[in-house]
Write a protein that binds this ligand. Structure first.
Ligand code: GDP
Ligand code: MG
Length: 162
């Protein structure tokens, strides 16, 4: 069976952009308006000759409370169904209450969790990425999903976890 990588995190952090970068196609739905990605969508991916399935997540309710619960539920689901989890945070915004809620769920995950600090488009944002150590999910892995910065190293790390 092909291992499954789940990509979780609150809306607008760049999950679908990262998924597109990893699958090398512009297929996952990327929107400036949060809320367009369907609940969970799976794609075939390959890196360094290893195949895996990548699951993009979305599907949240409009209210702030509903949103937090919805994203946390996706994280729970990922813990039970995936072989590794990438949790994406927007380094330019920092850890929000929703990010904290997701981190709280994932800190007790037995499934390997990789913390991605996205939107680190240049070196100047590395300090913001480092601040995400506060989430208690280990080392923040800084990438820019739009520019591809750091995504090769991230994929190497993902393969180690799968
Ligand atoms: P999702 O809701 O988590 O799936 O986020 P999307 O992938 O739809 O992206 C939300 C917004 O963030 C879009 O406007 C993207 O173009 C933007 N975005 C995603 N990744 C990056 C990045 O690495 N750098 C910058 N500057 N913007 C990004
Ligand atoms: Mg999306």
């Amino acid at each position: 069976p092909v291992p499954v990588l789940a990509v979780v995190g609150r809306p607008n952090v760049g999950k679908s952009t990262l998924v597109n970068r990893i699958i090398g196609r512009r297929e996952a739905v990327v929107e400036d308006v949060p809320g367009v990605t369907r609940d969970r969508v799976s794609y075939d991916a390959e890196w360094a000759g290893k195949r895996f399935t990548i699951q993009d997540t979305g599907g949240w309710e409009p209210s702030a409370k509903g949103l937090q619960q919805s994203v946390a539920r996706q994280a729970e689901l990922a813990m039970n169904t995936a072989d590794a989890i990438v949790v994406v945070v927007d380094a330019t915004v920092g850890a929000t209450a929703t990010d904290e809620a997701v981190a709280r769920v994932l800190r007790r995950s037995k499934t390997p969790v990789i913390l991605v600090a996205n939107k680190v488009d240049d070196q100047k944002l590395e300090a913001e990425a480092a601040a995400l150590w506060s989430l208690g999910l280990g080392e923040p892995f800084s990438v820019s999903a739009t520019h591809g910065r750091g995504t090769g190293d991230l994929l190497d790390k993902i393969l180690e976890a799968l």
